[in-house]
Design a protein around this ligand. Structure first.
Ligand SMILES: Cc1cc2nc3c(=O)[nH]c(=O)nc-3n(C[C@H](O)[C@H](O)[C@H](O)COP(=O)(O)O)c2cc1C
Length: 340
């Protein structure tokens, strides 16, 4: 058994978290991860705020019906994510009104924008919800700590999907954060997809490891079979950073990715956001959804991490969580045994 600040804080058996992966649903995945003894995370699936509240409520209710274990939810606080404040408030209200939700939904992770407003809302209206924020660089971790968040998810540039302009590797970032904030609960994310990864994340000072791509390639995730099938044969060289809705995004190289294969500068991105074009945004969202729902792996966008180079088969979620933790334990014990 590995006991860490995260396993203690959330009352979970294993120090493994499933990363949020909006705009796709990770509802079944969250249930499977929770049941296996890890911490599953629901994704923020709506980009435009349309049906956002009813959709999120339905997801939460579905999870409550299928597991009695703790789980989490992601809210993206990006400027263009116009529904984030209403969702932060609604989640606090739903927890207040529903004791089962309050007992189980104990992890709220915000990302892709600022952490201050979310921290203010949740500290006031849901003080027992453990609020973490995703940060891709130490100076941004400083802001998360200053905002009063309960913990940090530090994500390096090798990770899949939403990325930042920072370009810091997980290897450097986790050590920096663990050295500067040794008391803060820390989840390491980006580049983890093996037992060795779990062991190294813990050795660097993290209290748990979050994985995205590894869980897409599981039998329980609700991603289209064509999407999952691309992961085992892919190599670590097969991804590219390109421009997504909130900034850089890491995608698997395909027709869509190569046509959009350019990270525009932060200044250009802000200009683009100011000239906000709803039709353009919806068209782009459609390019993400056609892979997920229809399996159109040529014309759609396929977010994955460099971890595709570490994954060679689909696995059961339960197996990922239990076997990775057990093997990580023996890796760490084996290392200790070499010390005389
Ligand atoms: C398909 C996909 C969608 C993602 N969507 C989100 C999201 O909505 N919010 C978020 O904070 N991160 C998102 N991410 C990033 C993940 O939460 C996580 O940082 C990343 O998957 C870690 O790298 P890995 O996939 O190599 O494990 C996404 C990643 C993927 C692969």
């Amino acid at each position: 058994m590995i006991k860490t600040k995260i396993t203690e804080m959330f009352g979970i058996k294993y120090p493994i978290v499933s990363a949020p992966m909006g705009p796709f649903y990770t509802t079944e995945l969250t249930i499977a991860v929770a049941e296996a003894g890890g911490l599953g995370t629901l994704s923020h699936v709506t980009l435009m705020g349309k049906n956002s509240v009813t959709d999120m409520k339905a997801q939460l209710e579905h999870v409550l019906e299928h597991t009695d274990k703790p789980f989490g939810v992601n809210i993206r606080t990006a400027r263009v994510q116009t529904d984030h404040k209403i969702l932060l408030n609604q989640i606090a209200k739903w927890r207040k009104d529903n004791p089962k939700l309050r007992e189980q939904l104990i992890y709220g992770v915000t990302s892709a924008g600022g952490s201050r407003t979310a921290s203010k809302i949740w500290k006031k209206k849901a003080p027992d919800l453990h609020h973490f924020h995703v940060a891709p660089a130490l100076w941004l971790v400083d802001k998360v700590v200053a905002a009063g968040c309960d913990g940090i998810v530090a994500t390096g540039t090798e990770g899949g999907g939403h990325q930042s302009y920072e370009g810091i590797s997980t290897l450097v970032l986790i050590q920096q954060v663990a050295q500067k904030y040794p008391e803060k609960p820390l989840i390491a994310c980006g580049g983890f997809a093996t037992p060795e990864g779990v062991a190294s994340g813990l050795a660097m000072g993290a209290d748990a490891v979050a994985m995205g791509t590894r869980f897409i390639a599981s039998n329980q995730s609700e991603f289209h079979p064509n999407y999952k099938a691309l992961i085992p044969p892919a190599t670590a060289r097969d991804t590219l950073l390109t421009t997504g809705g909130f900034g850089p995004i890491r995608l698997l190289k395909n027709k869509y990715c190569l046509e959009h294969g350019k990270v525009i500068s932060k200044e250009e991105k802000i200009k683009q956001e100011l000239a906000y074009d709803l039709d353009g945004f919806l068209e782009d969202l459609h390019k993400y959804m056609i892979v997920y729902t229809e399996g159109d792996v040529e014309n759609g966008a396929i977010p994955v991490g460099q971890t595709v180079g570490l994954i060679d088969s689909l696995m059961d979620v339960d197996d990922i969580i239990t076997s990775f933790t057990k093997e990580a334990e023996s890796i760490l014990k084996n290392l200790c045994s070499k010390i005389s």
